[in-house]
Design a protein around this ligand. Structure first.
Ligand code: SAH
Length: 367
């Protein structure tokens, strides 16, 4: 039993041949009729997963203070663009804008721009941010010129990845094809090419090893790095991921449960872990400086989560206090259900900035 999108993809594959994992992901997430983000409300208790801004207002508040600190270090440019990539329900930007009201001049100087691909989520963001003047763009390239402060939480993990497998004969690309019954199944296209670094990594890897590449994430980071280096600015990415290496991290989540990525196309969220080292490498190669990745737990503690939690608890009832403690733990704990360790943060900044809130100097990525 497939989904309507599964049937449509099977027809396409029958006509034009197997598709890359990246094309499959793109269709599953953003197909105009059946795509996951086109049709679903993914976030929150009713949805398929909960993100940090939906767990607690403290997350957006602390990232807001990071944005304000970066703005001051840039010399308080006015105007400047305050942008978010993939804002979901708009919750984080609302917390950012509320928390930064205490910073003189920041709100007046900020031109708020949301980069969002899903028309349905744009509608949600419009509701959440009704009190503010906000603009939308379809991609980073459309974001107005000038100094830029950019935030992104769980954005890169939603971008399509390609997967490459080491076989006895060489490197193959993992594809989505059809079995004899016309059901989606994994396959391999032989003789795939990677860049020199990827080729070298795979030649040394054991048969069966998998390397993932996120072409869109890399190209966004390349353009962002070049833009920050020429026009000034700072960006902070938080996501779950790793610091380079091999392995299959493609995962499907449906109603808070892991699912087979081929089982329910369009009805499950598909993501992959972010290769932060690859992003840091390309950002520095394009002229910016990169700091991290460090764990989300460390970032939030350094940005003052414990003090913020204490302050919020002072005015709260017992039940609300417990909720604040639970949220702090969920955001920072390295343990199984905590996001503190798996989630990581990477800052990319103009080359003249050498102090970045939340990051130590020795955490700078070598240029
Ligand atoms: N930042 C939010 C939502 C994360 S989900 C949160 O933390 O709750 C990923 C978000 O990125 C969604 O809003 C999705 O529609 C958006 N998105 C994914 N790929 C995109 C792309 N290529 N261009 C613009 N937005 C994209």
């Amino acid at each position: 039993m497939s989904t309507p999108l599964g049937l449509a993809l099977a027809r396409t594959i029958a006509l034009t041949g197997p598709m890359t994992v990246a094309d499959y992901m793109e269709q599953c997430l953003f197909h105009p009729e059946h795509g996951y983000y086109t049709t679903h409300e993914p976030f929150g208790a009713q949805g398929d997963f909960v993100t940090a801004p939906e767990i607690s207002q403290m997350f957006g508040e602390l990232l807001g203070l990071w944005a304000a600190d970066s703005w001051l270090r840039l010399g308080s440019p006015s105007p400047f663009v305050l942008a978010e990539l993939g804002p979901g329900r708009g919750t984080m930007m609302a917390d950012v804008l509320r928390a930064t009201r205490i910073v003189p001049g920041f709100s007046d100087a900020a031109r708020v721009v949301l980069v969002e691909a899903s028309p349905r989520l744009r509608g949600k963001q419009r509701e959440t941010l009704a009190a503010y003047e906000v603009e939308w763009c379809a991609s980073l390239d459309e974001v107005p010129a000038g100094p830029l402060i950019l935030l992104a939480n769980e954005f890169i993990d939603a971008l399509p990845i390609r997967q490459f497998v080491r076989t006895p004969e060489g490197i193959a690309e993992r594809m989505v094809g059809l079995d004899d019954d016309g059901t989606l199944q994994w396959g391999l296209r032989p003789e795939a090419r990677l860049d020199a670094r990827g080729d070298a990594l795979m030649q040394r890897a054991p048969v069966g090893a998998m390397l993932e590449i996120c072409p869109l994430g890399l190209s966004i980071m390349e353009r962002l790095g070049a833009r920050l280096a020429t026009e000034g600015g700072a960006a902070l990415f938080v996501d779950y991921g790793h610091s380079g290496g091999l392995g299959d991290t493609l995962q499907a989540l449906r109603a808070h449960t892991y699912d087979d990525p081929l089982a329910h196309p369009g009805q499950a969220d598909l993501t992959a872990h972010v290769d932060f080292k690859a992003l840091a490498r390309i950002a520095t190669a394009s002229g910016a400086r990169a700091f991290g990745p460090i764990t989300q737990g460390l970032l939030l503690e350094r940005l003052g989560l414990p003090a913020r939690a204490t302050r919020l608890k002072r005015d709260a009832h017992d039940a609300a206090r417990e909720k604040i403690d639970a949220a702090s733990a969920r955001l920072t704990d390295p343990a199984k259900d905590g996001m503190g360790e798996l989630f990581k943060a990477l800052a990319v900044v103009h080359p003249a900035i050498d102090v970045v809130a939340g990051f130590a100097r020795q955490e700078e990525h070598p240029t």
